[in-house]
Unconditional design. Structure first.
Length: 276
């Protein structure tokens, strides 16, 4: 198979090496340079495919010089961009490289394939007609809550990547912010111990606090319910529970997002409850 010179964004398997497409294999065979996130990881894939290739590191720490060098090479050669697993640029390096190549008039092609985001969505049983992928949740508790609060009323399924040691804390934050929305945890996709577990965030937080999960994780949160009516008693009960563990301002923000109410109104009610 003949390939024109340019930059090729090449998806690689997220687990099972048999998921590598024939077109992707042909492209890597034709490539003069393979830009990699980690040469040790891509080296194993190339060895599996029986290929020996010139690899050049390109990751989040790469600067303008590395980027310009790859773009210059792609003017007259086949340059492949891969990440450690899945589709490059999807929470992986590559955005600046692709942008620079396009600005320089270098053709940019896709060799599509595996992506943990779409793989998890396809088997989790939550709505997929609209979804928002938001990368990793922040590591710090305050920033995590702020991010979840910001996204709380987006009318779409939310998708995050997560690490095993942080999963229980993230699920607890989701329960605190969104209440009983359905959540799915997809782990080790396409690998021997692949699993998808669904339930409420509080249920899954307890599960993974008791036993920290291993492997790559996709965390999926169902969208907010449409046109759900809540009476004052519902809001007051939720506010009282929130006020037990957080200040009025924070509680108001969390509960306002959960119930789709104005934060100022909820804050006024929170101060009333605290004074009683």
């Amino acid at each position: 198979m003949m390939f024109e010179s340019g930059l090729y964004v090449v998806a690689t398997p997220i687990g099972n090496l048999a998921d590598m497409s024939q077109r992707a294999i042909d492209l890597l065979e034709a490539a003069e340079i393979v830009a990699v996130e980690d040469s040790r990881v891509t080296g194993k894939l190339l060895h599996h495919l029986g290929l020996k290739k010139k690899m050049r590191r390109y990751n989040d720490h790469s600067g303008e010089a590395e980027r310009e060098s790859l773009v210059a090479a792609a003017h007259g050669a086949v340059v492949a961009l891969v990440s450690d697993a899945g589709t490059p640029l999807i929470s992986d390096p590559g955005y600046k490289l692709v942008r620079s190549a396009r600005e320089a008039g270098v053709p940019v092609y896709t060799i599509p394939g595996a992506s943990a985001v779409t793989a998890a969505l396809s088997i989790c049983g939550l709505p997929t007609d609209r979804f928002l992928f938001a990368g990793f949740l922040p590591n710090k508790a305050k920033a995590r809550i702020e991010t979840l609060t910001e996204l709380g009323q987006v009318k779409a399924t939310l998708v995050f990547y997560e690490a095993g040691p942080r999963l229980a804390a993230s699920l607890s934050a989701i329960a605190e912010t969104y209440g009983d929305r359905e959540v799915a945890v997809a782990r080790e996709l396409t690998k021997k111990f692949e699993e998808v577990v669904t339930g409420t965030a509080s249920e899954l937080a307890a599960r993974y606090a008791a036993q920290e999960p291993k492997g790559e994780i996709v965390l999926i949160i169902g969208p907010p319910a449409d046109d759900v009516a809540y009476d004052t008693g519902d809001v007051d009960a939720a506010l009282r529970e929130a006020l037990d563990t957080m200040p009025a301002a924070k509680a108001a923000g969390v509960i306002a997002k959960r119930f789709g109410l104005e934060r100022s109104d909820v804050y006024a009610r929170a101060t009333q409850l605290k004074s009683q």
